[in-house]
Design a protein around this ligand. Structure first.
Ligand code: SF4
Ligand code: SF4
Length: 336
């Protein structure tokens, strides 16, 4: 597909869909926004600061409401939407969210209405070997509908679903190769770096690293908001006693916030018990979630190496540096 045909394809998408794409704002920041003009689509190797999670897993979502004793589930009401220009790192993030929310009706309703168009641009911020360059064989483990592999004079087109094939057929573009999704787990398992971090965290707890980070972290939770794979949420209720109505909703939460790890009991001595209390414990818990628990539960990386957490951290905590420290201390300990 050449550049002019891609332009026509985007115009075609805009006619029938709500299209979200990376675009530069007036101050030069790259954001995900509703696309109005194909010219504004920024097909670049930089990542937008906000991730696609905002549009697949809304920050605040009503689940059901009731009046008297009549309850009604509230599924998201969305028209068909297109995510245009999803980098391979963010495709990996969405592939993980798809596993986590596989049985979640709210997430699935949005997913069914979403066409994902990936691109092979590899972001500069990337620090994982697996994604350091685009290779076609990696596509079979990523979930997408259409994929644009950037070439010198245009784009090689792949489809990853029947929806993607239908879309291109309707548009009138037949020159594509179909990739059958083989599931998120690669035959060779986790990449070597992820295995090394996981082993280091599991077999060699280095308290000094977490104490040092804990002394700097102000527990603002910005890293969890920016992260494309942080998915923790809490449930809350709003009730009106006079009208007899109410609703239950869920919203994003963060393991850096005090209330997140608060549980009831043991009463009466500690009616508000917390199972992690210090900044050092919280930051360890966050890293453990990404590098130990998620790979253990899903056999895929719990961090895609996008660097958004580093970019937003007011305490300059750099995930790449932390990983180097974890691996360096492991080597030092092994050498002793
Ligand atoms: S963004 Fe930085 S300071 Fe804020 S919670 Fe995350 S690690 Fe801590
Ligand atoms: S680099 Fe940071 S923001 Fe990106 S996926 Fe990993 S933990 Fe999340």
């Amino acid at each position: 597909m050449n550049k002019s045909k891609l332009n026509q394809f985007i115009i075609y998408l805009l006619e029938n869909n709500f299209v979200i794409a990376p675009q530069y704002d007036s101050e030069g920041f790259l954001h995900l926004n509703k696309l109005e003009n194909p010219k504004d689509f920024a097909l670049v190797s930089k990542l937008p600061l906000d991730s696609w999670k905002w549009h697949m897993l809304p920050p605040d979502q009503k689940m059901f409401e009731y009046k008297g004793n009549k309850m009604q589930e509230v599924l998201p009401q969305i028209k068909s939407q297109v995510f245009l220009g999803v980098s391979i790192l963010d495709l990996q993030a969405l592939t993980l969210l798809n596993q986590v929310f596989e049985k979640d009706p709210y997430y699935q309703k949005i997913k069914k209405k979403t066409i994902i168009i990936g691109t092979s641009s590899v972001p500069e911020e990337n620090f994982y070997q697996f994604f350091e360059k685009f290779e076609e064989h990696k596509l079979e483990h990523l979930q997408f509908d259409v994929f644009l592999a950037v070439q010198k004079t245009g784009y090689k087109i792949f489809t990853g679903s029947e929806d993607g094939q239908r879309l291109l057929d309707k548009f009138g573009h037949k020159d594509y190769q179909h990739i059958e999704y083989a599931g998120p787990i690669r035959e060779e398992g986790l990449d070597a770096q992820m295995v090394a971090i996981k082993d280091a965290m599991q077999n060699n707890h280095q308290q000094k690293i977490w104490d040092d980070l804990g002394a700097r972290c102000i527990q603002c939770g910005k890293c969890t908001i920016a992260c494309p794979v942080c998915f923790c949420f809490r449930i809350y209720d709003q009730s009106d006693l006079v009208k007899g109505t109410g609703r239950r909703s869920r919203c994003w939460d963060s393991c850096f916030y005090n209330e997140f790890t608060q549980v009831a009991g043991p009463a009466p001595k500690e009616p508000k018990h917390r199972f992690i209390n210090t900044a050092a414990e919280r930051i360890y818990f966050w890293y453990e979630h990404h590098f130990v628990r998620t790979p253990q539960s899903f056999s895929i990386p719990g961090c895609v190496g996008c660097g958004r957490c580093t970019q937003v951290c007011p305490a300059n905590i750099d995930i790449k540096q932390t990983i180097q420290d974890i691996l360096k201390n492991k080597k030092t300990k092994n050498a002793q």
